[in-house]
Design a protein. Structure first.
Length: 350
């Protein structure tokens, strides 16, 4: 026969067990407030979103990439990760340059670009062979080079960033848009420059409207073009819309039908992007892409306008590390000499 257990004894036992459970939790669990304090003690870099910036380092113009990286790094507190893309033969040079200069503190990865992916996709054009360099097409293959990021910034090497790169990264992309660019008609202050150097800023300057395939696109030749030297891209949308495959299709069609040419407005890499992204891109703040600084050795912007600009782009033939060129002082502010001495600036007195 079980001994008689009163209701009071059962209640007392339950009370003791409850008290023990509460005490155990207090001893073995971290209070919520303390958890928050612990999180606050994490380094800011671990908490901040990483901003991936893709820049190419091409042979013969590696100093351009270094100056661009230097300007970005010096003007932001953001957690920037640089993806420096190059060919196998050039990457050791740029790595040594960075590691043996004040840029040794930056976070960066060197990424090799295999030019074999372009085989059969580029029509040879003797008029401007520099536009056919493999690295000009890196921007077509961003998802293959950058794996873990949702949003990516791509920059041409001939730029200088004077603003905080966080602002550019915060560019809003509309739903369904894989990229944001700057319109070539966006700033009145650049229109005079465009007229003075005779530069095209419409689709007519890039595509050959005598070809049926171009007319079949239904794009007006007077449509304003955009410049893909500065891109804010959404990798999820890029992959979903198979942007790379679309670009490759137009590259191959150009090989077969000569639909665009570097003798026109400028650039075998720009034309397929104008086709694929027509009417399907968001806009970058105009001050984040002041262009045409390399189109003439004579035409200049006002100093006040350039001081207010967030990003300067020497697109065109006249580069700031060569001579002649304009506004070279703004570029040289950020240039870091090559420790190996291989890359040298071309100046009138050199």
């Amino acid at each position: 026969i079980l001994p008689f257990v009163s209701v009071n004894q059962i209640l007392l036992l339950l009370l003791v067990l409850t008290v023990c459970a509460i005490l155990y939790n207090k001893v073995h669990q971290v209070p919520l407030a303390l958890k928050n304090e612990t999180a606050d003690l994490e380094s800011p870099e671990e908490m901040e979103e990483e901003i991936p910036v893709v820049i190419c380092a091409a042979a013969g113009r590696m100093g351009a990439a270094v100056a661009a990286i230097s300007s970005i790094y010096s003007n932001t507190e953001a957690n920037v990760l640089f993806y420096i893309v190059g060919l196998k033969t050039t990457l050791p040079h740029v790595r040594k340059w960075i590691e043996n200069s004040k840029l040794k503190e930056i976070k960066f990865k060197v990424v090799e670009f295999n030019p074999m992916v372009l085989k059969g996709k580029i029509r040879q054009d003797a008029s401007r062979p520099e536009l056919l360099q493999p690295l000009n097409f890196v921007r077509f293959y961003l998802p293959l080079l950058i794996q873990k990021h949702e949003k990516v910034i791509y920059l041409d090497d001939d730029v200088i960033v004077q603003g905080d790169i966080q602002e550019l990264y915060d560019t809003k992309l509309a739903p369904g848009h894989a990229a944001a660019f700057s319109d070539d008609c966006d700033l009145p202050s650049t229109h005079e420059m465009v007229r003075s150097v005779g530069m095209q800023n419409t689709y007519m300057g890039f595509l050959d409207y005598r070809k049926q395939a171009i007319r079949d696109l239904g794009i007006s030749p007077s449509t304003c073009s955009f410049n893909p030297g500065v891109i804010v891209a959404n990798m999820t949308e890029w992959k979903h819309q198979r942007i790379t495959k679309q670009l490759e299709k137009w590259m191959q069609r150009n090989v077969e039908e000569n639909l665009y040419s570097s003798t026109l407005g400028g650039g075998v890499a720009t034309s397929p992007m104008l086709i694929v992204f027509h009417g399907k891109y968001s806009s970058i703040n105009p001050m984040w892409h002041i262009r045409h600084l390399g189109w003439s050795p004579d035409a200049r912007y006002s100093e006040q306008f350039l001081q207010e600009a967030k990003l300067l782009h020497w697109n065109g033939r006249y580069k700031p590390w060569d001579y002649p060129s304009v506004h070279t002082d703004l570029w040289e502010n950020w240039f870091i000499p090559d420790p190996s001495g291989k890359f040298k600036l071309t100046r009138p007195d050199s």
